[in-house]
Design a protein. Structure first.
Length: 406
């Protein structure tokens, strides 16, 4: 079977299960996605040559890569190797490509020189797909790496820390190890700093973050406002200074200026109510605004939002914000149901549709109760409603008839 025949047959067998591109002349398949497993297959390559095939994941290291990007690639490679090792029960094969004078090198992890059969190819692809899936659950910090690799990573972390310090002297004010907090938690790393005014910790290496912070492991909602960054965890609302958050994002962006860092940034809250902002190896833990100031912070954000809405409405075309509702398509029963839902949304209770909706005068259409507070207690007020669903304007007679309902 030649390469063109192989690619044609491969496409007919696998195009419903995988997303890929092909080079028929070279006999190469570039996988991108497993449809069956909803799993990305980044840089997974298949090469066919006569009756032999090789399939591997390619980890590329370019000369122009920043220290941040190199560490992320090293971590991905080590996690993939460990995932594949756990599946096949032994160390996977690694081949090295020096780029033949090009400004990059790559490590290829997978299976090489396998005698071809469709059955053997299918089994090998499944093994690698399962390895990709395992990487989503396996953390780099759960695996053992050699001392040489660890020293290499630490060297890159120092480079990243140097860039962070240049980008934000405010965040990287002094070593945490020289601060009472650092001595209390036995943090001796030179890759963790404390900010001015002791309101934030900044570091490189998630192992350092795990030493200093414990995640809350709860779903959080986040609001980035005009002056404050607000999180909601369960029924608790925690407020942070947005100026510090922006300082963090700006510092992160300068670590790798060619990479758009913002989509990679993750937010969480730890057990000490600190906001954790992380991006790969980078992280910052920010202290909250004092709780007694929360009403002032919410009032500020609400007033700014109202002013922004007013300013927007003053300049925006009507179709961007104006709404019109056509009730002509509703019959009498649907209109009364709509009125009932409106009353419920306004806070009325015990809302009930009453009477014969087809009566000439409609009678009492809806009854509802309203709860209100007095100086002494909470009381209820009974309301009755008549629903008028007509195109013409209400006449004086229509309005006067409503008095008889009392």
């Amino acid at each position: 079977m030649n390469t063109v025949e192989f690619i044609k047959e491969f496409s007919s067998r696998y195009d419903k299960h995988y997303e890929f591109d092909c080079d028929s002349d070279m006999g190469i398949v570039y996988f991108s996605y497993s449809i069956d497993h909803c799993c990305a297959l980044e840089r997974l390559h298949l090469e066919f040559d006569e009756d032999i095939f090789s399939i591997y994941r390619d980890f590329l290291y370019e000369d122009c890569d920043s220290a941040f990007r190199v560490i992320e690639t090293i971590k991905e490679e080590k996690v993939f190797i460990e995932s594949l090792r756990r599946i096949i029960g032994h160390e996977p094969e690694v081949q090295y490509d020096d780029g033949l004078g090009c400004p990059f090198v790559s490590n290829q992890i997978g299976f090489f020189g396998i005698p071809f059969s469709w059955n053997e190819l299918n089994k090998t692809i499944e093994i690698l797909v399962n390895a990709f899936r395992m990487t989503e659950k396996l953390s780099f910090y759960e695996i053992d790496i050699g001392n040489e690799e660890q020293l290499e990573i630490e060297e890159y972390r120092k480079q990243i820390m140097g860039k962070l310090k240049n980008a934000s002297p405010f965040l990287c004010n002094k070593y945490l190890k020289d601060h009472p907090l650092g001595r209390a938690c036995n943090c001796n790393s030179e890759n963790v700093y404390i900010s001015r005014f002791d309101i934030a910790l900044t570091g490189v290496g998630l192992n350092n973050l795990q030493l200093l912070s414990h995640p809350l492991n709860k779903v959080c909602s986040f609001y980035s406002g005009f002056k404050y960054f607000i999180t909601k965890v369960d029924d608790n609302r925690i407020i942070y200074d947005l100026k510090i958050v922006r300082e963090v994002i700006n510092a992160f962006s300068q670590v790798d200026e060619e990479c758009d860092m913002e989509p990679m940034i993750k937010y969480s809250v730890d057990t000490k109510a600190r906001l954790i902002i992380s991006c790969g190896e980078l992280w910052v833990a920010i202290c909250r605004v004092e709780p007694e100031d929360s009403d002032r912070c919410f009032t500020y954000e609400k007033n700014r939002l109202k002013k922004m809405e007013k300013d927007f409405l003053a300049v925006a075309p009507h179709h961007f914000w104006g709404r019109s509702f056509d009730f002509t398509g509703l019959n009498e029963q649907q209109f009364e149901s709509f009125c009932r839902d409106l009353l419920l949304s306004l806070g009325f209770i015990n809302v009930q549709i009453r009477g014969n909706i087809r009566a000439a005068d409609g009678g009492v259409d809806i009854t509802a109760d309203e709860e209100y507070c007095t100086l002494i207690s909470s009381e209820r007020r009974k309301w009755i409603f008549q629903c008028k669903h007509m195109k013409q304007q209400l006449s004086r007679k229509n309005i006067s008839e409503s008095r008889d309902l009392f």
